[in-house]
Write a protein that binds this ligand. Sequence first.
Ligand SMILES: Nc1ccn([C@@H]2O[C@H](COP(=O)(O)OP(=O)(O)OP(=O)(O)O)[C@@H](O)[C@H]2O)c(=O)n1
Ligand SMILES: [Ca+2]
Length: 536
Amino acid sequence: MHLSLSSSEPAEAEKGGERTLALMDEPKVTGTKPRTSWPRKALLILGFLFALAAIALVAMAVSQNKPLQKNIKYGIVLDAGSSHTNLYVYEWPAEKENDTGVVHQVEVCKVEGLGISGYSQDTEKAGLSLQHCMKRAQEVVPEQQHRETPVYLGATAGMRLLSLQNRSIADRVLSAVEKTLRSSPFNFQGARIISGQEEGAYGWITINYLLGSFKQPGWLNFLPHLRSSRGTSGALDLGGASTQITFVPDQEPIESQENSLHFRLYGKNYNVYTHSFLCYGKDQALRLKLASDLQSTQNGSLLDPCFHPGYLRIMNISDLYTNPCIANGEQQLPFTQLHLQGNGDYQRCRMTIQKIFNNSHCPYSSCSFNGIFLPPLQGEFGAFSAFYFVMNFLNLTTEKSPVALDKATSTVERFCSRPWHEVKAEFPKIKEKYLSEYCFSGTYILSLLENGYGFTMEKWQSIQFLGKIGSSDAGWTLGYMLNLTNMIPAEKPPTRPLSHASYVGLMVFCSLVLVAVLLLSWLTFHKPKCLQKGLI
Ligand SMILES: Nc1ccn([C@@H]2O[C@H](COP(=O)(O)OP(=O)(O)OP(=O)(O)O)[C@@H](O)[C@H]2O)c(=O)n1
Ligand SMILES: [Ca+2]
């Protein structure tokens, strides 16, 4: 084959001098195996060195970016809600504590029994009830870190109500829980009742921290004027005794001072609207509704459209009137017990619920209800706690697109109309207290969001019902801890435009492109002799 190629070439050789010269340089064909030419050898060596260098570069990048042994810190927050207490353990890498999105939940322990405000008759028990979860926290946090791990307890609306009703009993409950927390090996930082404003604000901080809304991508350092372009999500929290709405409105300034908060986080200013409605959590709202319904009964029996047909409940009237949400009226009632009988009528249920929202006056440009200022709704909203528990039970929470308002309405309507014995048989594992109230709760959520706040058809689509974000529960506790441990800086910590890994990757890529360009240019302009033959 080599021979036949040589024999056909003299004709071509006459066409141009250069080609002729090239042929003349070829080693003489001798019939033995040809030896590899020098340039080809050089190319082979170069190729080998190139491959070696590329492997070394990649290996270096990989080993340099291997995660270092982590120095983990822990923090504990107890959410002492009106219906129950949860203990959360958070962890984060010590060297990154000022970054956003690095703290996450590693444990949640549900305290058995009542919320701490439920122990007003036996305050010591409020402290004892926490012991099991404190033991659990000791197992989760490594022993050598117990002493430096802060523990906080924040009590919400149940304790706010107890404190309004009887300050000294509320203080005794707090002392009892403090005693338990002080006797643990952790670094006790305080047990207190947080205000509704704080509860709303910390819920907003938590979800935006977890969603990464405070994060500005590193490349924005090059374009500082674009930094304010990313929005935050509003926060909707529904508890047993209070409910909070918090978001950044378009309208500025916020008309009512008591609903206005200002934050500077990671170098950006936020003017936040928040309101906490005490007595409008789902348990207290049910009491408000029952108290309102009772006004129109003569004998204490009530046909309640917010419970399933066939459902019966007997309640002591005195239990209904044991807190400041229902101011007076007990004395005038000629009966001591309420006999409630469900008839599962969604439309009527909505009408009875509507009565607990007072829309008769509004001293501002716009209001939610009870004369409370509410600016026009703005942006996306994350709805959590009981908003999530209830909507999740009703299969109305989807990861992708939100369920439309009319579909949510028809689902609740259908659920309410189902006979109680059928519902009970279908969900034998769900606590009867929760299950029997999902019809009321679903209807209440729709009334509150649609009529109370104005999430009608289109706005409804901006609500995402959230249980967890990543591994962390949506709620106020993470925001509370981030604030108390100063983990959210007012100014953006200085950062490099690229992460180390992206930097190394980009450097390798650019080097390879440069080498390729140089090689190609060299080949194009200098045409090494070994290649010239093959090219023509
Ligand atoms: N799987 C669940 C869990 C809870 N609930 C109900 O949801 C309500 C609120 O629960 P939660 O958000 O835990 O309220 P708390 O924090 O206890 O109350 P608050 O924030 O008002 O102090 C309670 O009525 C509870 O009965 C429910 O229906 N289904
Ligand atoms: Ca709560």
